[in-house]
Design a protein around this ligand. Structure first.
Ligand code: ZN
Length: 456
């Protein structure tokens, strides 16, 4: 990072979705950002102080004007990433979840006992995600304390807002002996140690990188571990993440072991809070919906991963209609794409498949689930403001009081698949085209906490 924490002013056309079905386009907005990275004001050209603020910014040498054809969007928030799985992105997707874990994923994750390997992989991962416009990343690490610290330090060095968790998994029947916490006590102690370490990291005064308590999922954790992590969450006021009712196998395994759903069990262990992120939640029941709403728990919908591993499509629209907090995740590497724009597109596609159904031998009346579809507005909201609400952090909108986490999208970049037609496309059309067509080629600049971070 070469940029500094100074006050800045941007003049740019802002495109965002402040609510799930609302698009806001502000042409030539003036965005004043404080030295602390927080947005002070967003001024429209018709507002009285516009000229005065523009002139003051120019005189102070603080003004940056985005070139024509570039648009300022909130940064993308990826709620579900398995950092150690980065080397297997795009591999082994033909296997069912259980075999994928046993044959491919656990052996790879075990390699992070080698801290030098972790350093190489995490450097690649964090810089690639930033280049894809991911300004906030929620990471599962591995079971290894040192590698997890490397991940947190790598995020901080690159300037990426992140939550980093030590994966806790101690169940001897579900974890391989070569990749298993030796006991519940050890896993809880190491989780507590990472929380303290991350919060005290040098240069992390503003908590750009935060810890997150991370039981892998109920099958791989003993009751004692889940209970201990619930107590740790209460005493440390820390975020929590885990998987919930992801696939037929996983959902039924928990029912058979505990006689209740993932959601009920996690709640009983004290793991559902305002700061919990549940990945997937595809098979949640009506009662589970109520528990998630009451506890104000968030959900990371991972549509591409779900196509591969979940045996079903998450009832996203029903969750939104019920007022649940939902955002999007890539689920690297269960989802073989690092792009949150891809996540948006798959969320839309998945919702259409759920709405219409996919089995042509059924009649239209019984083929799908009516009222399930979303469109580009919901999808982009999920990837930005929705993700911010899940995390209970002021991110995902370009608005006063929010962090200046933003991306510049250059529709006319070399190799761009987006074509904007003068006289035909208005601002809302352009945002649609960005959601459906943007690749990392289009991301020309990324700012996190008001600081321009490096992309390649
Ligand atoms: Zn996952």
């Amino acid at each position: 990072m070469t940029d500094k924490s100074t006050a800045k002013v941007f003049c740019a056309t802002v495109m965002q979705t402040p609510a799930p079905n609302e698009v806001e386009v502000i042409k030539d907005a003036l965005i004043n950002v404080g030295a602390d990275g927080v947005i002070i004001s967003v001024t429209e050209p018709t507002a009285a102080p516009y000229r005065e603020r523009m002139q003051a910014a120019r005189e102070a040498g603080q003004l940056s004007v985005l070139a024509a054809g570039k648009y300022l969007l909130p940064g993308l928030i990826d709620l579900h990433i398995h950092a150690p799985q980065w080397p297997q992105l795009g591999k082994a997707l033909h296997l069912p979840l259980y075999e994928w874990l046993e044959q491919e994923t656990f052996p790879l994750e075990a390699r992070y006992a080698d801290t030098a390997f972790a350093r190489t992989v995490y450097e690649s991962l964090v810089s690639n995600l930033i280049s894809n416009g991911t300004t906030t990343a929620v990471y599962f690490g591995s079971i290894h304390s040192e590698a997890n610290k490397v991940l947190a330090e790598t995020c901080l060095r690159h300037g990426q807002r992140a939550l980093v968790g030590k994966v806790a998994m101690d169940h001897p029947e579900q974890c391989p002996d070569y990749y298993c916490d030796p006991s519940a006590e050890t896993a809880i102690e190491q989780t507590a140690e990472l929380i303290t370490h991350v919060r005290a990291l040098s240069g992390n005064d503003r908590q750009l990188v935060r810890p997150i308590i991370t039981p892998r999922f109920i099958p791989s954790c003993s009751d004692a571990l889940l209970e201990g992590l619930g107590e740790l969450a209460a005493s440390t006021d820390c975020h929590i993440q885990t998987h919930c009712s992801e696939s037929d196998w996983e959902h039924n395994h928990v029912l058979a072991r505990l006689g209740k759903t993932d959601t009920t069990a996690l709640n009983d262990f004290g793991l559902l809070t305002r700061h919990t992120v549940l990945a997937h939640s595809n098979f949640i029941t009506r009662d589970d919906f109520d528990i998630i709403a009451e506890t104000r728990t968030g959900i990371a919908h991972c549509p591409l991963s779900n196509f591969h591993f979940a045996n079903s499509i998450f009832p996203l629209r029903a969750a939104l209609d019920k007022g649940l907090r939902v955002g999007l995740g890539t689920d690297i590497s269960g989802g073989p794409s690092a792009s949150m724009f891809d996540s948006c597109r798959y969320a839309i596609t998945a919702s259409l498949a759920l709405e219409d159904g996919v089995n042509p031998s059924l009649t239209p009346e019984v083929r799908g689930l009516r009222g399930s579809r979303i469109d580009f507005r919901h999808a982009f909201w999920l990837a930005t403001a929705g993700g911010g609400e899940v995390l209970d952090m002021p991110i995902g909108k370009i608005a006063p009081g929010f962090q200046f986490d933003a991306i510049s999208v250059d529709a006319g970049a070399d190799g761009s698949n987006i074509t904007v037609w003068d006289g035909i496309d208005n601002g809302i059309d352009i945002l649609q085209k960005i959601v459906f067509g943007a690749t990392r080629t289009n991301i020309s600049d990324v700012w996190i906490a008001g600081i321009k971070v490096g992309i390649h």
